[in-house]
Design a protein around this ligand. Sequence first.
Ligand SMILES: Cc1cc2nc3c(=O)[nH]c(=O)nc-3n(C[C@H](O)[C@H](O)[C@H](O)COP(=O)(O)OP(=O)(O)OC[C@H]3O[C@@H](n4cnc5c(N)ncnc54)[C@H](O)[C@@H]3O)c2cc1C
Length: 416
Amino acid sequence: VCGGAGGRRRLVILGSGFAAFSLLRAIDRARFEVAVVSERNHFLFTPLLPSACVGTVEMRSILEPVRRGRPEVRFHWGRAEAIDLERRVVRCRAATGTLEWELPYDDLAIAVGAAPNDFGVPGVREHAVFLKEIADARAIRQRLVACLEEASLPGVAEAERRRLLHFVAVGGGPTGVRFAAELHDLLAQDLARSYPALRGAARITVLEAGREILSAYDERLREYAVRHLRREGVELRTAARVREVLADGVLLEGGERLPSGMVLWSTGFAPVPLVTGLPFERDRAGRIVTDARLRVPGAPGVFALGDCARPREDPLPQLAQVAEQEGRYLARALAALASGREPPPFRWRNLGISSYLGEGTAVLDGGGAGRARAGFWAYQLWRAAIFTSLVSLRNKVLVPLDRLRAAVFGRDLSRL
Ligand SMILES: Cc1cc2nc3c(=O)[nH]c(=O)nc-3n(C[C@H](O)[C@H](O)[C@H](O)COP(=O)(O)OP(=O)(O)OC[C@H]3O[C@@H](n4cnc5c(N)ncnc54)[C@H](O)[C@@H]3O)c2cc1C
């Protein structure tokens, strides 16, 4: 089957995240007629999302429009809702309405990522904020500024002021820690300038249900991170399980209440609705199980990659670098398959993981790429890695300019 114009294969890509976007950039568009279906018409560079939610970098500096520079790619702003494997069509629905359509494919790449997991804890969806999409960063920034403004009002009761100025991150993984670090920088560097009366009054707490924060890192780095964050005044509480998120804080197992102006929920990921409805084998985390060439067994022409999938023999971590490498791999693999050749299996090159800790310090677990580091140089290496991974020249210019502007003039704390 080759139903595309000029005998080209019709490739449908679901999603516009790391996996989908790297596939889109690498695919040979002379040989494949490409259609993309995604709920957002941009690619989001998530490693800088925690910086964007406190205004260290601007939101538009970490987005890449999917359409720009690709006039021949058909972009469909919507959701894939089901896949008819017999007829080889994807059923789609418009992002904003009830319009539905079908999209035929010869090859289908499922790269729909994962969704925040609330583990069924009551109140999370109603009262907490997530940090996954650009809309989340905007909501966090608005809420943060609202808390600072309300806490500055005359006559606000002392207990209420303390509540408004207490920020809680639930989940001691990289997202919770990065958020706490970026928020610490904002409070330490910008409060004196814009809210002098609030100086020293704000608190940040990270709650982790397990025994340690940053559990994916080696022990020395974990200890360094704990020491550094505590020195900066971030409260870290392990074995702290949240029973409920309330409108004005969190309730812990055991009955303790922590009043808070904003609760960030960052405890891990669950499958998105499309994935839970597909008739494919999934692992315990709900990810689609593929073979080593990212093919979905029993579904000819269907591939799954990124956070929503994992090769059977290799439970790869849910990381941007994995998704990005898989996207590039699949572009090559599809070209090989179209020429009647069997591609080699996918191999992940571990580039290391890192987490920013605030005040120009980071931890860097080198993976295959080098040794573990902590401190100022780890931060510089992290920044260099971020800079090289930013996709377009535009963003490579904008992100350092944003940082410079925040350092010289302060972060923008206007409530829009
Ligand atoms: C705050 C934060 C910081 C992070 N920092 C790092 C980091 O520093 N380093 C690192 O390696 N990783 C990091 N990650 C993890 C990284 O972002 C993910 O591993 C990566 O985004 C996975 O890529 P993906 O393409 O699988 O999914 P995503 O990038 O999540 O993209 C999924 C796409 O699918 C779309 N979609 C969902 N459902 C549908 C549907 N039904 N139909 C059509 N489209 C759909 C979504 O709109 C989205 O475009 C971070 C994640 C977060 C949230």
